[in-house]
Design a protein around this ligand. Sequence first.
Ligand code: MTE
Ligand code: CO
Length: 392
Amino acid sequence: ARADDPLITDLEAQPWTQYLGDGVDAAPYGLPSEHEAHVVRRNVAWLTADPVSSVNFTPLHELEGIITPNGLCFERHHGGVAQIAPSEWRLMINGLVERQLVFTLGDIMRFPRVTRAHFLECAANSGMEWRGAQLNGVQYTHGMIHNVMYTGVPLRHLLEEAGLKGSAQWLLPEGGDAAGMTRSLPLEKALDDCLIATHMNGERLRPEQGYPARLVVPGWEGNMWVKWIRRIEVGDRPWHHREETSKYTDLMADGTARRFTWEMDVKSVVTNPSPQAPITHGHGPTVLSGIAWSGRGAIREVHVTTDGGINWHQARIEGPSLDKSMHRFVYEFDWDGAPLLVQSRAVDSAGFVQPTKNALRKVRGVNSIYHNNGIQTWAISSEGEAENVEIS
Ligand code: MTE
Ligand code: CO
């Protein structure tokens, strides 16, 4: 900061003081400033064959706090976005129930509702990094995550309305999109904290996120959060469908595949600085900011290093610390302008510590795609440029 600046003292230099601006109805549904037009979801064209069965990524390096704005939540769909009129949406519960039931949206809105913030992380987040540093930006290495305040009906209420038979142990939620996604969900989890969500961050779900209703499975891999949900079959054993056999299983070093790795393990990443968000102000007071989350509870601590792990510092958790929700951490330091190796390491309320990538590879090998929660390293040059690297 300095004592004088013509942008303050010379009113002529500020055209916006010379005209009357737009009136109140110029944007009935508001949009961000035109100066923020670069803050968008982006995809990586070569990752998938076609955008209808693809993914784009949340611009984590442009966000602060813990809530992901609705228009920036990454999208992952296997058959494109289903366009469902709320009047034509139905949810069936059938199988091992006393009464097969079909709910309308109006029916759903008459059950007691709850509001909770939860992260959704695709199991494939950071999946491109198993064999080494690959994508140069936190948006691409970690952007298959969003954190949203959901409002919805506990699934427990709907199951109670249908009446569970004594042999009921598993559920098969099914999506109403062209992909007809299905996953086996243990009944215990459904009764514990799953929701049929209708609202995100106060407004109705966006079409991309499953409008008019999606399943919320707190802390568990994103694939299970069935969008455009249309049916829940109640059974006594898992179904072993495509998304839990050929996909969303973890190929281990010995060639066997691990199934049903539902929980998302403790993870964190520094979002600023990062390759898409270099330090532009030179040496001096510097704010490092990042996110941490765990599918097993809240985040207890985040440690940050700027010298590749020689010295670790406790970061400050800033903002709400909620169960199975994203946490924001910040670490303020005085940068001397020398190159840095920046990392963060989170510890969750269940006592799990985020591993290094090499520790993870020792157990998992390098053939995995899913569940990579290894520690991320950014190399910062003396110019403040950041690069995705690995150190041993
Ligand atoms: N539900 C349906 N019906 N169809 C889908 O393709 N994709 C799943 C899950 N639910 C999918 C779905 C996957 S793999 C993920 S990671 C999350 O939705 C992504 O949710 P989002 O698009 O809100 O980010
Ligand atoms: Co996914």
